[in-house]
Design a protein around this ligand. Structure first.
Ligand SMILES: C[S@@+](CC[C@H](N)C(=O)[O-])C[C@H]1O[C@@H](n2cnc3c(N)ncnc32)[C@H](O)[C@@H]1O
Length: 253
């Protein structure tokens, strides 16, 4: 792998130690639950900032299209994609670059009684090795912002979706990066962006609490994993001013 390729691999894997240790941190989960209150999606157990109401909107967005084979790009530990697939009565295939996340996703599927219709693979959203046209709907929850080659990710999404299939995803959009351009270049139509201004308060509350709980988080997660989320809690709030959280939907042309 080239040094540029190695750098990309490291960046896209940077939550590996956190994803591997997450179940050992009741404090981090409690921080999210407190910040989101009734809007915390307990069953989905996300590793990200998706709320229960956002998951409902995503499921509703797909529900009009009778999705039966759902793809989740950057599935992490699986919960949010499983939650949406269950709402739709669809099967689910999730891909993530972190093997530890995929192991946890299988456990989550079993816990939700969805083992029979959920599959997870270690693969990049830019090159899934999945068959062309194999899915009739796709989601991605808080993952596309991490994928460095976004043009490749949307080309790959277009390849594995059948014609007319809907996609809906959450991400953060800085000024220099227009997701509509990636989508239309890859052949998607009907791009709709939904700003989510209320999401910023909960995200900032999570970061504040992380900074207040540093010793506990280090004890539960270990120095390495805790250091990654503490650094994010320090650096991200100022970026949220110019990179708002959005939900985007479109259809494969
Ligand atoms: C913030 S987490 C969200 C995980 C999950 N969707 C959730 O909401 O719980 C972002 C995920 O994207 C994954 N990821 C990063 N780059 C990726 C890539 N190129 N292909 C697939 N997954 C990727 C990370 O490993 C991580 O699990």
């Amino acid at each position: 792998m080239s040094s540029a390729g190695e750098q990309r691999f490291i960046n896209e894997n940077r939550y590996r130690s956190v994803l591997a240790r997450l179940s050992a941190s009741p404090t981090l989960k409690a921080i999210f639950a407190e910040a989101y209150g009734d809007d915390y999606p307990v069953e989905a157990d996300p590793f990200g900032f998706v709320s229960l109401s956002e998951l409902r909107v995503m499921a509703d967005t797909l529900a009009g299209s009778a999705v039966s084979r759902l793809l989740d790009v950057g599935c992490g530990r699986g919960g949010p994609g499983l939650w949406i697939a269950r709402e739709l009565g669809a099967s689910l295939l999730g891909v993530d670059v972190v093997a530890e996340a995929v192991v946890a996703a299988y456990q989550h599927a079993a816990a939700l009684g969805m083992a029979e219709r959920a599959e997870f693979r270690v693969a990049s959203g830019t090159d899934t090795h999945l068959p062309a046209g194999a899915f009739d709907g796709a989601v991605s929850i808080d993952a596309l912002w991490m994928i460095q080659d976004k043009a490749a990710a949307f080309r790959e999404l277009a390849r594995v979706l059948s014609s007319g299939s809907p996609v809906v995803f959450t991400t953060w959009e800085p000024p220099h990066l227009d997701y509509a351009v990636f989508l239309t270049s890859a052949g998607f139509t009907g791009v709709a962006k939904r700003p989510m201004p209320d999401a910023m308060n909960a995200q900032i509350a999570v970061y504040d609490a992380i900074l207040h709980c540093q010793p506990t988080l280090k004890a539960e997660l270990g120095e390495d994993a805790a250091g990654i989320i503490i650094a994010e809690a320090i650096e991200t709030p100022r970026m949220l001013q110019t990179a708002p959280r959005i939900m985007v939907s479109a259809a494969r042309g």
